[in-house]
Design a protein around this ligand. Structure first.
Ligand code: G1P
Length: 293
């Protein structure tokens, strides 16, 4: 069973300036909670019990958010604001632990994952990139990450979550080469994977979303991964090496993604999550209608 998830959060978020100048981009609010909470909850919903933040000295606010806040709790209790008290103490269930390790140098995503090597030990694990929010369809029995975990349990093939992108956007993502086009919710054998191929050279239109189920042995491969695209140690390159030795599968997601790493993607996320919000949604929809766009 996969119980550990690595969330690389050390990036400085230059695509999100000025907001990310003095708060971590992961703490920017999507409706009424920081973006990172949605990602942690996605992992927890799939059965993850240890969240490993690979973080940076400027990002203490993320760890604080998942910690208890004694003064605030005492004040809320004294003021009998029990709903709010429950809300801030139940962000993650008691059986879930959030731990962190520092990425001392910005050497790339592969390097960030490698920073968690000691905490991972011999365990297979998940990786969730927190820029991307994944919303599952209401018709889905379990979320996409959970589906990947079940598949991994049966086949022991690493699972890489993908979705189709427009041909002119392939140079922004990892792109997979697959033996056949997978249906949504299906895993198929991967023949290759390449980081940010030039437009017109990509092996498919299936882009890496930022959700991975990986075997512990990928850590050894990461130790031997040379710098690649962008002069960084790429997780994609280590996965390509893994795939030389054993089966790796691309899992085509069923849910919807929002790339909060860029401003328009973030606004789209706010719009969708606000419209569906249990208490704010109806009024928010009325506000949009008032705009008469
Ligand atoms: C990273 C990965 C890339 C993936 C993308 C998803 O790139 O390296 O393979 O497609 O996340 O968001 P980054 O966006 O960090 O440049």
């Amino acid at each position: 069973m996969i119980k550990k998830a690595i969330l690389p959060v050390a990036g400085l978020g230059t695509r999100f300036l000025p907001a990310s100048k003095s708060i971590p981009k992961e703490m920017v609010t999507v409706v009424d909670r920081p973006a990172i909470e949605y990602v942690v909850k996605e992992a927890v919903a799939a059965g993850i019990e240890q969240i490993i933040l690979v973080t940076h000295s400027a990002k203490g606010a993320i760890e604080n958010y998942f910690d208890r806040h004694f003064e605030l709790e005492t004040t809320l209790r004294e003021k009998k604001k029990f709903d709010l008290l429950a809300e801030i103490t139940q962000i993650i269930p008691d059986n879930v632990q959030v731990v962190s390790v520092r990425q001392a140098q910005p050497l790339g995503l592969g390097h960030a994952v490698l920073c968690a090597k000691q905490l991972i030990g011999q365990d297979d694990f998940a990786v969730l990139l927190p820029d991307v929010l994944v919303r599952h369809k209401t018709t889905q029995h379990k979320n996409d990450l959970a589906q990947m975990m079940t598949r991994f349990q049966h086949t022991h093939a690493a699972q890489i979550m993908v979705e189709a992108v427009a041909a002119d956007l392939v140079d922004q993502y990892g792109i997979v080469d697959v033996v056949e086009q997978p249906a949504e919710g299906q895993s198929v054998l991967m023949r290759g994977i390449v980081e940010k191929p030039a437009v017109g050279t990509a092996p498919s239109n299936l882009s890496v979303v930022g959700r991975y189920i990986l075997p512990a042995k990928i850590m050894q491969l990461l130790e031997n991964t040379p710098k690649g695209a962008g002069n960084e140690i790429q997780l994609t390159d280590a996965i390509a090496m893994l795939q030389q030795d054993e089966s790796v599968e691309a899992y085509r997601m069923q849910g919807q993604t929002f790339d909060c790493g860029n401003k328009l993607g973030y606004l789209k996320a706010v719009l969708h999550y606000a419209v569906d919000h249990p208490t704010l949604g109806a009024d928010f929809k009325a506000m949009i209608a008032e705009l008469g766009l």
